[in-house]
Structures are given as C-alpha cells and as structure tokens.
Design a protein around this ligand. Structure first.
Ligand SMILES: [Zn+2]
Length: 423
C-alpha cells in the first residue's frame, strides 16, 4: 500500500481518511498522515467491497474510493427492476434517485436505462482541510445529485481558478452569502458548502431545517452562495507555496523571507487583502496602512493600488451589481461576532435584523473600528445599495481555526443562514 500512498499529497490522504470516517471504517483523525490506523481502515473498506488489501492501492480500490468521494454512481436498470429496489441496493431513497434523474418516472420500468444513483452518504466532508480542488469536486457532485441547483462562475482568480457560485431557490427575494475573502478563513467555505448540501437535501426530501419548510423558502427566496472568494490564497495556506507559482519569489519577499504561509497569509496571491479592496472609504484604508507598517503587498491589510484592482473583488462586486440583493452575508473567522454597521449609512432595519441573528446564533453584534472599518465587502454593499450587509466572524481562536470547530460553527450559523433569506 505504501508505494502509491507516497505519491499522494497530505490533502489527498486527508480526503481518503475523511471518506473512511464517513463510511465508518476509520475512527482516527483526518491528519493527512498514512499511519497504521488508516491502513487498517482502508483494508476494511477493501474487504467490504470485495477487493483484497494489496501492497499498492490497485485500480479497483481507486475506482471505488473515487465513486464514494463523488457521492454517486451510474447504474443500468435491470429487467423488472423498480426504483425502490435500486434505492435499497445503494442505501439511498427513491426520492433522491428521482431528483437526480429529471424525467424519470417512479412507476415506469425502463430496463437498460442508465441512471444516476446518489449514495446515502453526504458529499461535503467537514473533517478535512477544504481545498479548492475538493470544493470543485463537491460542487460537481452536488450538481449531479441535485440537478435543480444552478452553478455558475462569477469570474476567475489571479491564477485562473473559478469563482463559483451556487443558486438555491427560485423566489423573488434574492440574497447573497460569500466566504473565504481571507485565505486563513477557509472554514467558512466548508460552512457554506455544507449549507448548500443540507438545503438541497431538505428540498428533495420535503423536510424542514430548524423548523423552516425548505420548499416554501425555495419559492420565496433565491440564495446565491459564493463559497470561496479567494481560492488562490486558500490553496497557498493549505497546500503551501508550489514551485510553479508565477509569484514564487515575490510571495517569499512579501512574506518577509518566509516560505511558511500557513498561519499568516490572508491576502490574495498578489498580496492584496481582498476585504480592503472595495470602494468604500478605500482611501481611508490606504491611509491607515502606514499605522500598521504596511508599505506594499503582504499577508494582510494591503488595500491594493485601487478599489477593485483584483479580479476576485472585481468579480464579487460585478456579481453584486448584476443582482438586486435584499441582504448580504460575508463570512469570516473568528470571534463569534456580527458586524452590521458602516459609517452613518447603516440601514435602519439592520439593528433589528442583527438582534435576530444574535438570538439564533449566540454571536454578539459589534461595530468595527480603525482600519477594519474601511474597504470591506459589507461596507461597500451598505454604502452603494443602502441595504443590510453583515460580516459574520465564526468560531473562536487563532486562524486558521481547526476543522474540529466545524460542528459548533454550523450549529451556531444555520439559524442565520436560513433567516437571512426570509427576513
Ligand atoms: Zn476575515
């Protein structure tokens, strides 16, 4: 087994461990290290699916792992077979199969027809370092399992990664949630992706989330989610600086000579802090740089050469201008705080809304001060559109927050994520 494992990155091993946890074979931590426990768990997985544990992970095992990671299989309906029996065979429900195959009728048996069968397990893994690649795969999987969600891109990052958005619902009340403006805060991408998964699932199952009927919400509201605004930065802090990076030498210089970005880097790949790059008191943000000893690109707080100088902030602003959002949430970590004001422009209803958010989350309404109150996305949104905008700081501790905080963060925020779409 060793040989192939040595070719896998830490993130890839973590991804496999995360899957083995979800399937119930692994009780350890997803730490990216292929130790004895992981080896045993993988052997258990192989035995269950009819493969003999091998010295190297064979093609069959790889194929099986990949299928489970993508969360669905394709299947050819056999003579006389009905959807219910396919559902039992794959530990899923007829409802979810029907949702994944628009046009497929429950009572018609079409032998020989190829269908998509979503597995019973969830797609979005909340135990691992959530890279851009994993998010991209998850988005593709969710779109296959739930073809009624719309996926698009609002633009590309400096290094050409897509700025994905996901559209949930068809109602007239449009809201926008985004995450990971800051690299070290990628746990907010996991939060938003998990929300997308659970919301879509509840829609198919016709169930409620926090006592809210999701099918009703679907008709009332449209929720746009952009889970990762800064994919290049997230990649840098999780996977480290790769030799092919076109900013390789610059990045080391901007990082004061250090090749370690994993605990400090918040900016995009050109050293611009995206949440100081919007056209709201931008010149104040620029002027305040001196106070923080900032003279150019770096890990944090450099506002760029002009508002929207970066493709990521420009794409988010363009996307916002194209819609008429009633409200926006910009997700950050950490502090368990909700920022809701911007200069004297804060809409009157924001104070009422933030009280509701505080009640359902246990987070504390707060107001930014100093450099943090300039050039941010929610500042810009409030300034330009006069509608409620919020920066939500999830979790507590030092960024990047350990993924072990995920359950609490999700529990704290699910109420806000639902309420923001209907309030
Ligand atoms: Zn932040």
């Amino acid at each position: 087994m060793r040989a192939l494992i040595q070719g896998l990155s830490e993130s890839e091993i973590m991804e496999i461990q995360g899957l083995l946890i979800r399937l119930g074979y692994y009780r350890g931590e997803a730490d990216g290290k292929f130790g004895r426990l992981t080896e045993q768990a993988l052997a258990g997985f192989q035995r269950s699916y009819g493969a003999t544990p091998e010295e190297v992970i064979g093609e069959d095992t790889c194929k099986m792992l990949w299928k489970f990671l993508q969360g669905y299989d394709t299947y050819t309906i056999k003579p006389g077979e009905i959807i219910d029996s396919v559902a039992v065979r794959f530990s899923t429900t007829a409802n979810r199969i029907l949702a994944a195959n628009p046009g497929l009728a429950e009572d018609v048996r079409v032998e020989g027809q190829n269908i998509v069968v979503p597995y019973g397990i969830n797609v979005v893994d909340t135990n691992i370092n959530y890279t851009y690649e994993i998010m991209e795969k998850n988005i593709q999987s969710l779109r296959t399992r739930y073809p009624f969600i719309e996926v698009g891109t609002a633009g590309k990052s400096v290094l050409g990664r897509y700025l994905y958005y996901i559209k949930l619902g068809s109602g007239p009340r449009e809201v926008f949630y985004n995450g990971s403006h800051h690299s070290l805060e990628w746990i907010t991408s996991v939060l938003l992706m998990k929300f997308v998964e659970n919301y879509s699932k509840a829609y198919v199952d016709g169930t409620a989330l926090e006592r809210r009927n999701v099918r009703d919400m679907w008709r009332e509201s449209t929720i746009y989610v952009m889970p990762m605004v800064n994919p290049d930065g997230v990649d840098l802090v999780i996977n480290g600086l790769q030799s092919g990076n076109p900013y390789y030498n610059d990045l080391i210089r901007w990082n004061k000579g250090s090749k370690n970005f994993s605990r400090v880097w918040q900016a995009n790949i050109r050293g611009v802090d995206l949440n100081h790059n919007y056209d709201a008191s931008w010149s104040m943000s620029k002027a305040a740089e001196g106070v923080y000893g900032i003279t150019g690109p770096g890990p944090t707080r450099f506002s760029g050469t002009a508002p929207e100088s970066e493709p990521e902030s420009r794409a988010v602003a363009d996307f916002t201008r194209k819609h008429a959002f009633r409200l926006v949430l910009a997700y950050h970590s950490q502090g368990e705080l909700i920022y809701w004001t911007y200069s004297d422009k804060t809409p009157l209803e924001s104070s009422r809304i933030v009280q509701h958010f505080a009640r359902v989350s246990g987070y504390k309404p707060d107001q930014t001060s100093g450099i943090a109150s300039y050039g941010g996305y929610k500042d810009w949104f409030i300034d330009k559109f006069g509608k409620p905008g919020f920066t939500i700081e999830v979790g507590r501790g030092t960024n990047p927050l350990p993924i072990s905080q995920f359950s609490k963060i999700y529990k704290d925020n699910i109420g806000i994520l639902l309420m923001a779409a209907v309030i």
